[in-house]
Design a protein around this ligand. Structure first.
Ligand SMILES: [Zn+2]
Length: 347
């Protein structure tokens, strides 16, 4: 079968690889019908060295179950399913608490940690299929599929940012970052009823979609300039919640400059740093809290799916380019160059 392999920075190719097959009774084999390039794929795309071993990539997909191991009961051959970016058993203490990204099962993992599987491919072996996969109640060619595909990561991650930040009807929210996660954090904040939603971003096509998703204000400035603009929009106070959907130190520092005393910085952009200011002059002085982490998107699928099925939300609007596997290298390039917001792959 064909699958996407990342060889080094800027070097992504479609290769012939051994067919994915069932290996364990708890596995399912899924024929992939829709996958994505994620903003987080751009970090290794920018930084891998030739010394790193080539790696399979892709952690968001929908597809049709082709085969199941003998112990799989939740899905069956022919089902259209969506998979979160993390594999989980659904039964351990953390899964039961809705923190499937911390699943204790030995086979629990993020797709990006599994060397011989990846979602930007024709097929994939899904470990712990009963805990991981969710059946989608639509036909594979339904117009809702792109929106349902966002349940695998970006919608659930945007939603998680609002849950971790404690967004409610009395909340003012700033979202830093106009990538797919930032825009879907805007949509999620709107869905939670946030009073004011300020989107910080500088790509007009994206901030326009942000407005459509519910942003009340757009701030294009960065750093001190951006902080001052948000302060102007909030009577000098800043916002109760700042969602940081980028992952860089400047974005973290920007969040600290914007958050209201007593407020929360909720991070869902994978941090590209280990050390950051948390002391008296940054977090402590004004009782600021730091929240967020990898979104347990599996926990949110049942809650978010009905809003997609009835048309209340249309998160699939983040896809502005569609390609087959043959166009994947161009897809990575266009996302890295910010020409594409998010690329939908139909293998
Ligand atoms: Zn678990």
């Amino acid at each position: 079968m064909r699958a996407t392999v990342m060889f080094g920075a800027g070097d992504v190719r479609v290769e012939q690889v051994p067919d994915s097959t069932i290996k364990l009774p708890t596995d399912a084999l899924v024929r992939i019908t829709g996958a994505c390039i994620c903003g987080s794929d751009l970090w290794p795309y920018a930084s891998r060295t030739p010394e790193d071993a080539p790696a399979r990539v892709g952690h968001e997909f929908v597809g049709i179950v082709e085969d199941t191991g003998t112990e799989v009961t939740a899905v069956k051959k022919g089902d259209l399913v969506v998979a979160p970016f993390a594999i989980s058993d659904g039964t351990c203490q953390f899964c039961r608490e809705g923190l499937q990204t911390s699943c204790e099962h030995p086979q629990a993992a993020f797709w990006d940690m599994i060397p011989d599987e990846g979602a930007q491919a024709e097929a994939i072996r899904v470990p712990l299929a009963d805990g991981t996969l969710v059946k989608l109640p639509v036909a594979p060619d339904s117009a809702l599929v792109p929106s349902l595909l966002t349940l695998s990561d970006v919608l659930g991650t945007g939603h998680h940012a609002t849950v971790a930040g404690g967004v409610n009807k009395r909340t003012r929210v700033t979202v830093i970052g106009d990538g797919a996660v930032g825009l879907l954090a805007v949509l999620s904040a709107k869905r939670m009823g946030a009073e004011q939603i300020i989107l910080m971003g500088r790509h007009p096509a994206r901030t326009e979609l942000g407005r459509e998703f519910g942003a009340t204000d757009i701030v294009s400035g960065r750093g001190e300039e951006g902080i001052a603009q948000v302060r102007d929009l909030t009577g000098g106070d800043g916002t109760h919640v700042v969602i940081e959907a980028v992952g860089t130190m400047p974005a973290y520092q920007q969040a600290l400059g914007i958050v209201r005393p007593g407020g929360v910085v909720s991070r869902v952009g994978a941090p590209q740093y280990e050390e950051a200011p948390i002391g008296f002059g940054s977090l402590f002085r004004h009782n600021l809290r730091l929240a967020g982490g990898p979104a347990p998107v599996r926990a949110y699928i049942e809650e978010l799916m009905p809003d997609i099925l009835d048309g209340t939300i249309e998160p699939g609007k983040v896809f502005d380019m569609t390609t087959d596997l043959g166009g994947i290298a161009a897809g990575y390039r266009d996302m890295a160059d910010r020409k594409a917001l998010k690329v939908l792959i139909k293998p």
